[in-house]
Design a protein around this ligand. Structure first.
Ligand code: ATP
Length: 352
């Protein structure tokens, strides 16, 4: 067809009375891409998905799919399907009939339906439970039935609203991998809506971080994590320490001494914030020689694969540090510890 991206949202705005749910939102999703919309409750994620699916009309801007303007196209005329958080499975129908539902609506023949349902049951690994009703399935199995049902009509784009919201933690992690694998096999574009940053990082190729109806940053998951564009993104994704200071001769002067801040874009005298991930901070016994600032260990939490420290810096600031659980000196509460950082680990933002 065209070289146009699979999905293109151009300058979409949407108001509900006095509330601005979306403000000039633009983004593109490629064919076969796994994209995540991430943001706190009320930032407009669901509204944006409903706009793409055709359940909502934009006040300004538009949605294009494979280059075609979707304005005025009802939901069933779009090559898009939506999987709701509640799954909305038909409780009185078995697994087979739940998955077959959209295919019957499309007017497929009996044998076409049987073949397609069998294919999907294999993809989502649900062979053997065709006749069970939803209440006779585990939470994870229900989730996979919902996924198979949404994929059955062969959408070009699948929108998943908090797809793992109903599952417990361990099952969520397992299911993240399964969904990713299914997406890779089918090469259907997925847009997943979530407020859970771990989920977005684990599953998506690219992430859009939203705040109050606007997009704050779009990028590859690792880039958004490593190079957050705004302080909001830095605080919303992963754990982050923020230390206040100011810029002086191209350096950030603050609780950890002087840190090169040449590429921060902040001028001399500017009040600034140094952002540091806990895992990018080195911790060593205070007796060791070498550069750094000494703090006091206030808390140590061993959490399986990582150990987390809370330290108090000389100026009273709190710093969170984490490191792999194996190796390294051990620290007890009250110990003095030397903190040091690699300049590359530092991000700077203007003080708000
Ligand atoms: P959540 O993660 O809680 O689902 P969200 O990011 O999906 O939140 P939206 O549901 O898109 O957020 O809502 C964005 C804003 O628009 C919110 O302030 C919400 O209250 C408002 N809103 C959404 N739908 C309507 C509506 N039909 N009428 C009035 N206000 C609405």
């Amino acid at each position: 067809m065209t070289d146009a991206p699979l999905l293109s949202i151009k300058g979409a705005s949407k108001r509900f009375g006095a509330i601005t749910a979306l403000e000039n939102v633009s983004l593109e999703v490629g064919a076969g891409e796994f994209f995540a919309l991430l943001g706190p409750s009320g930032c407009g994620k669901t509204t944006l998905m409903r706009l793409v699916a055709g359940f909502e009309t934009a006040d300004a801007g538009r949605v294009e799919i494979e280059g075609a303007d979707m304005s005025g196209a009802p939901p069933h005329r779009r090559p898009v399907n939506l999987m709701f958080q509640s799954y909305a499975l038909f409780p009185h129908l078995g697994v087979f009939d739940n998955i077959a539902f959209g295919l019957r609506q499309q007017g497929k023949t009996k044998s076409e339906i049987a073949a397609r349902v069998a294919e999907l049951l294999q993809i989502v690994r649900l062979e053997g439970v065709e006749t069970r009703r939803p209440d006779q399935l585990s939470g994870g199995q229900r989730q996979r039935v919902a996924l198979a049902r949404a994929l059955a009509p062969g959408p070009r784009l699948l929108l998943l609203d908090e797809p793992l919201g109903a599952l417990d933690r361990q099952l969520r992690e397992e299911t993240q991998f399964q969904i990713k694998e299914i997406q890779r096999k089918l090469k259907t574009s997925f847009v997943v809506v979530t407020h859970d940053q771990d989920e977005a990082l684990a599953m998506a190729d690219r992430i859009a971080v939203m705040r109050a109806g606007r997009i704050e940053q779009i990028g590859a998951s690792a880039d958004v994590y490593e190079s957050p564009a705004t302080r909001f993104v830095a605080s919303f994704i992963g754990q982050m320490n923020f230390l206040a200071g100011h810029i002086e001769s191209g350096e950030f002067v603050g609780p950890l001494g002087r840190v090169p801040a040449g590429d921060s874009g902040l001028g001399d005298g500017a009040k600034a914030v140094l952002a540091l991930r806990p895992e990018r901070i080195a911790i060593a016994p205070a007796t060791e020689n070498g550069a750094g600032v000494d703090g006091v260990v206030e808390d140590v939490a061993f959490r399986g694969e990582r150990t987390y420290f809370r330290l108090r810096l000389p100026g009273g600031e709190t710093l969170r540090v984490s490191r792999g659980a194996i190796g390294g000196a051990s620290f007890a509460i009250g110990d003095a510890a030397r903190i040091s950082i690699a300049p590359a680990a530092a991000r700077f933002f203007a003080s708000e």
